[in-house]
Design a protein around this ligand. Structure first.
Ligand SMILES: *Cc1c(COP(=O)(O)O)cnc(C)c1O
Length: 366
């Protein structure tokens, strides 16, 4: 049987049925209903944030975050190419210009020194990504944002339920975006959220996710439609109850991988960060000087019905849709290019059995 890089977690069918029963009674399916408001309140409590705004997916949450900040068109946003295209697209689709800085070779997150070197009088914001749930150098970015008066938005799509010294990953920068896509550790089928402290953003974001409509006869902004439905929120309410178990089961798989692959020459695993909790969202392995290349391992695994992913290869600054940008081209970000050529994320999810982890390790270790 095929083992995929991930498998969406699901609550018991009966639990979800019970959760959506009231939707049949009310006939209220979307537009900020009871389930939407309940999930929002639970997330604010869980993340200890004054404001969480829910969206129909993480990408539109990020696009809307940038729109809400009213950044001048043509402004430059310093970001990482070692990410999912969504991050880069969110910048471009707002009429802003992504400027790619290189990453840190250990955390794989945007390097604040490389970012600072690219700041110009056109720079309006920084958009780092907490890659694989590893936190960026949040203190350094806070200092940069303050020193140069820049907005700081985190793509925290991988970092839901990650806490640093008790503080949630939502609580850094001006806004943080979570994705609740089906493939994420916590999901609402499709979904996302913005987390922030600024009271002034609440109304603005709620307007922007609903066409800019303020009331039955008032349209305040030229907004899009990015609302989370009641069915999505209901899935979130169910999954939130089982989050600890989900993370615990992923940890078992990660521990087994660490045991089997740790210390093997030419295989580099990611060490946990001091004071930062882990959710085991991904299991990235770097093949650097190993007896087989990353691409050889990828092919061997696939031949055995195991489907890993080259997250993140190619870099987003290497996609043809970005070829015209001044900082396009992977040679501009050599560390990111080096990692992208050697990384493979291998299967990890809550139902992955120890025998399956062993089978995967056997193929890698031969
Ligand atoms: C999943 C993801 C997104 C997009 O989230 P969606 O909910 O799928 O729209 C953005 N950035 C990163 C890094 C992601 O992994």
């Amino acid at each position: 049987m095929t083992i995929n890089v991930t498998r969406s977690s699901l609550p018991e069918l009966e639990e979800y049925m019970e959760e959506i029963r009231s939707i049949w009674e009310s006939h209220w399916l979307t537009n900020m209903g009871v389930k939407h408001d309940e999930l929002q309140a639970e997330l604010e409590r869980f993340l200890n944030m004054p404001h969480v705004t829910l969206f129909t997916n993480g990408h539109l949450a990020l696009e809307t975050a940038l729109a809400a900040l009213d950044l001048p068109k043509g402004g430059e946003v310093i970001t990482t190419p070692f990410t999912f295209v969504s991050t880069t697209h969110a910048i471009t689709r707002n009429g802003l210009v992504p400027v790619f800085a290189d990453i840190d070779p250990v955390s794989y997150t945007l390097d604040p020194k490389k970012a600072e070197a690219l700041i110009t009088d056109k720079t309006v914001a920084i958009l780092p990504v907490h890659v694989y749930g590893r936190l960026c150098d949040v203190d350094a970015f806070a200092k940069l944002a303050k020193k140069y008066d820049l907005k700081l938005i985190y793509d925290a799509a991988h970092a839901f339920a990650v806490f640093k010294d008790g503080k949630s990953s939502a609580d850094f920068g001006d806004l943080s975006m979570y994705s609740f896509h089906a493939t994420k550790v916590f999901h609402t089928i499709e979904g996302g959220a913005l987390c922030y402290r600024d009271d002034a953003l609440v109304q603005r974001l709620n307007d922007l996710k609903n066409f800019g409509i303020r009331g039955p006869e008032d349209c305040a902004y030229i907004g899009g439609n990015a609302k989370m439905s009641e069915f999505q929120a209901a899935m979130g309410l169910c999954n939130l109850r089982h989050l600890d178990r989900e993370i615990g089961l992923r940890k078992l798989a990660a521990d087994r991988y660490n045991e089997r692959l740790g210390g093997v020459p030419g295989i580099r695993l990611s060490a946990p960060q001091p004071g930062v909790t882990q959710t085991y969202a991904y299991y990235p392995v770097i093949f650097d000087g190993y007896k087989y290349t990353r691409d050889e391992i990828d092919a061997r695994l696939r031949a055995e019905g195991i489907v890993p992913r080259k997250y993140f290869y190619p870099l987003t600054n290497d996609y043809r849709c970005y070829a015209d940008l001044p900082t396009a081209g992977k040679e501009k970000t050599p560390i990111a290019a080096y990692i992208a050529d050697r990384v493979l994320t291998i299967p990890i999810y809550s139902g992955l059995k120890e025998e399956e982890v062993d089978r995967i390790c056997d193929v890698i270790l031969n």
